[in-house]
Design a protein around this ligand. Structure first.
Ligand code: G3P
Ligand code: CA
Length: 243
């Protein structure tokens, strides 16, 4: 189990404001070997890391992310709503996360948030930046938009893709072949040991999300998953260290 990737979901998002540099740094401190994040485009086409399509839940702003320029987004407070001690945390650019991790072995799982809002050119921009950082081997692009994943693979066969899905996908390892995807980013309850074995024999990795309970982490580790996406990278790091 030494190679199981410990993905900090939106960074260490239970003790820091999600998708901020504070959360990413804390995740790494806690033993995460991967970072999961969500990317969208600002009005002026910059790649910003934020989960919701709107600003209201996590920042001092309101309205759609896509309707604000980078300069406007950078003036927002992305920390205080979580806890006033994080006042001044900003919405990061994808560039900032890649800069932070470029010298490490950290795996970066970039989720393209292009389901509700269709961001034209998002795939090209993400791939261009990843290549510029020479991080193709350490990035997994995931999305619930499987057309987008298929397009990414055509643009950049060297970058891994992960199919996000909730449940009910029949033989997802077979489906992954049709998309030339590399990994299954499945809702964790949809992952059974026999599925993991079948995926492995098809050369597909399983990275279930979002697993916060230690017993469930243990069940998935025993099933042989290749990584786990969690809000609590410290819990998973402790389980892995005890193996
Ligand atoms: O990557 C797994 C997970 O992040 C997908 O759901 O809504 O947390 O982005 P969500
Ligand atoms: Ca996500």
């Amino acid at each position: 189990m030494g190679n199981v990737i410990n993905f900090a979901h939106r960074g260490s998002s239970k003790i820091c404001p999600e998708n901020t540099m504070a959360a990413f740094k804390k995740g790494l401190e806690q033993g995460a070997t991967g970072i999961e994040t969500d990317v969208q485009l600002s009005k002026d086409g910059r790649m910003v890391l934020i989960h919701d399509e709107t600003l209201d839940r996590t920042t001092s702003g309101t309205g759609w992310v896509k309707d604000h320029t980078l300069e406007e987004l950078k003036h927002l407070d992305a920390g205080s709503k979580f806890d006033p001690v994080f006042q001044g945390e900003q919405i990061p650019l994808l560039d900032e996360l890649l800069e932070l991790t470029k010298e490490s072995g950290t795996i970066i799982n970039i989720e393209l948030k292009n389901g509700t809002v269709m961001y034209e050119g998002l795939e090209e921009k993400v791939i261009e930046l990843v290549r510029a950082y020479h991080m193709s081997e350490r990035v997994i692009i995931s999305s619930f938009n499987h057309y987008s994943l298929s397009y990414c693979k055509k643009l950049a066969p060297e970058i891994r893709t992960g199919i996000l899905y909730m449940e009910g996908l029949y033989e997802p390892w077979e489906y992954a072949k049709t998309l030339q995807a590399d990994a299954l980013h499945a809702y964790h309850r949809a992952v059974l040991p026999e599925f993991v074995a079948k995926a492995k024999s098809s050369g597909k990795a399983y990275h279930p999300f979002t697993v916060n309970d230690c017993e469930e982490m243990e069940r998935l580790l025993q099933a042989g998953v290749d990584g786990i996406i969690t809000d609590y990278p410290d819990r998973l790091a402790a389980l892995l260290a005890a193996k």
